[in-house]
Write a protein that binds this ligand. Structure first.
Ligand code: E4P
Length: 224
């Protein structure tokens, strides 16, 4: 399983990259707004992330029609070779994904909440599919169960004829809110979990590690 960092914050990306912990980054308009990002600096900011991370960096199109999404996507793909265009799972998004895949541009289909949506994304040529966990939980549904269904159904078929360069689709478990979400996603075989920096820090921690370290340090004092 690989981990992506779900943030637009350069300090967080630099720190997580220094741990050897992340294989990519996902951003979205909310995450960019959160760091005080401005429209005219968006492409430059994505480039800064691409310069730090040696792996796919998802940059989202906010256009609503297929032609606009394709235009946006082609411009985003020009920023760096590791840019992945994030496109919402909707009719216009599917059509744009098909077109972008034809141009060799990898697409991460986002805001995916069901098996039919995921299969349509796969057939349109998505390279990554991002089912959301936390937002499902927020409406008292079972986000993990939906991700498990999506992982299983996508793995039932071979979609490589539809993807750019015949690569395997990877499922990115998104909207991850806890280390337990990561555990469950690993057990169900999700390819990637994209996690906020706060969750990544929690993933490193365990109370028994802390207790063990404390007792080792105390015992080491006795040796002095
Ligand atoms: C990732 O691609 C998504 O944009 C992100 O995980 C959404 O997370 P949220 O539901 O916590 O905003």
């Amino acid at each position: 399983m690989k981990f992506f960092l779900d943030t637009a914050d350069l300090a967080e990306i630099e720190e997580a990259a220094s741990w050897g912990a992340i294989a990519g980054v996902t951003t979205n308009p909310t995450l960019y707004a959160k760091i005080g990002g401005k429209l005219d600096d968006f492409h430059a900011h994505i480039k800064r992330i691409c310069d730090i991370v040696d792996g796919p960096v998802s940059a989202e199109s906010v256009a609503m029609t297929r032609d606009e999404i394709v235009r946006d996507g082609l411009e985003l793909a020009e920023i760096a070779p590791n840019v992945v265009v994030k496109v919402p799972t909707m009719v216009e998004g599917l059509a744009a994904t098909k077109e972008l895949a034809k141009h060799g541009v990898p697409v991460n289909m986002t805001l995916c909440f069901s098996v039919p949506q995921a299969i349509l994304a796969a057939r349109a040529g998505a390279r990554y599919i991002s089912p959301f966990i936390g937002r499902f939980d927020d409406i008292s549904d079972d986000g993990l169960a939906q991700v498990e269904n999506i992982v299983e159904s996508i793995n039932n078929y071979d979609f490589t004829a539809h993807t750019v360069k015949g690569e395997q689709i990877e499922i990115i478990a998104a909207s991850v809110r806890s280390a337990n979400h990561v555990t469950q996603c690993a057990l169900m075989g999700a390819d990637i979990a994209t996690v906020p920096f706060g969750v990544l820090k929690k993933m490193v921690q365990h109370p028994l590690t802390d207790a063990g370290l404390e007792s080792f340090m105390k015992d080491w004092e006795k040796v002095q």
